[in-house]
Design a protein around this ligand. Structure first.
Ligand code: ZN
Ligand code: ZN
Length: 337
């Protein structure tokens, strides 16, 4: 038998649930359905949720009445009743707080990883609400026109929550350190870029991160450091505020309008001669900033200064509306108002 969780009249373990009192017999069928033999009612079935709720309330004196009552209640009502019958004590809260934990496991190559958290219910509610709030506002993938699976949007939401602490116009998001060879920023295929942990990242990702960052130049003779430049932001604060004002504090990708997780993108990257001035800079959210770097999308500027997004094959996004058929256009032009 497995671990006994409740010490009331019901005994639970990983594989089965059974009652120790009265004449009722409950056992597991498959993994979800429990059968219960009740005098006068014959054989009835309970779902795992119902059995779970009953097991949280039952004592030797109350189990018969609870089983009878449970037959007429929905799972939600039964669960609420069970919760209200077992309000957490101060000791429960202290214990839940004591065992709080967060683990971060990286794959061997460091390219990805897994987060596992164990949080008290209130902290979990705070974290979940904040992430869901962001995930619910994610826009469809412009390449497929579909929303990413919700689990992926939750992952984006988690990153956005972490990346958007503080006032974006005056303070910096949480900082990560990136070491990039100069060639990694200025050319396509040479040089390498690594994070402070030593994990290598693609050079295009380095260009994305360096669009809007604090830059420090270190000159080496191959192995020895021979000079260190001053720290400077690639986007000074006054210019960042101008960009936010011009773009209305929103991501400029068509149909997005995200007001959080904003980054300033160099349309022509500074490492390739692009100027850090208003005409060459645009506000994008983290989700769409990735598209113009790693996905190869383009941004062009029309004569009136409007930004035009283009897919990797240079087709405009969104596609221009088709012209009216000439005959129909003539009809519209001559239609009396
Ligand atoms: Zn960029
Ligand atoms: Zn966006």
């Amino acid at each position: 038998m497995g671990r006994e969780v409740w010490s009331t009249g019901w005994q639970r373990d990983y594989g089965s649930v059974m009652t120790r009192h009265g004449n009722w017999f409950v056992w597991l069928v498959g993994s979800r359905i429990f059968l219960c033999c009740l005098p006068g009612l014959g054989l009835v079935t309970f779902s795992l949720d119902q059995v779970d709720a009953i097991s949280r309330m039952a004592t030797a004196d109350t189990e018969q009445g609870l089983i009878d009552e449970a037959l007429g209640l929905s799972n939600a009502v039964l669960d609420r009743k069970a919760r209200r019958a077992n309000p957490p004590s101060r000791e429960d809260e202290r214990e839940a707080h004591r065992v709080r934990a967060l683990w971060i496991q990286r794959t061997l190559d460091g390219a990805s990883g897994k987060l596992t958290a164990h949080l008290p219910h209130l902290d979990l509610e705070i974290v979940e609400t904040a992430i869901r709030d962001k995930a619910d506002k994610m826009v469809p993938d412009p390449e497929t026109g579909l929303f990413d699976p919700y689990s992926q949007r939750m992952a984006d939401g988690l990153v956005e929550v972490c990346a958007t602490t503080g006032d974006q116009t005056t303070t910096s998001p949480p900082q990560i350190t990136v070491f990039a060879d100069l060639e990694a920023l200025t050319t396509i295929d040479s040089g390498v870029t690594e994070l402070g942990s030593g994990t290598l990242i693609p050079n295009e990702t380095a260009r994305r991160l360096s669009c809007d960052c604090v830059l420090e130049t270190v000159i080496t003779d191959g192995s020895q450091v021979v000079g260190v430049g001053r720290n400077s932001r690639t986007i000074p604060g006054w210019l960042r505020r101008l960009i936010h004002h011009r773009d209305g504090g929103r991501c400029q990708f068509h149909g997005c309008g995200n007001k959080g997780w904003l980054q300033v993108h160099h349309i022509r990257h500074w490492s390739q001669g692009g100027a850090t001035d208003l005409d060459n800079l645009i506000l994008l959210c983290g989700f769409h900033h990735r598209f113009v770097h790693e996905h190869g999308w383009h941004i062009t500027t029309s004569d009136d200064g409007a930004f035009q997004f283009r897919k990797p094959d240079w087709t405009p996004y969104p596609p221009p509306k088709p012209d009216l058929h000439p005959g129909l256009a003539a009809l519209v032009d001559t239609r009396p108002i």
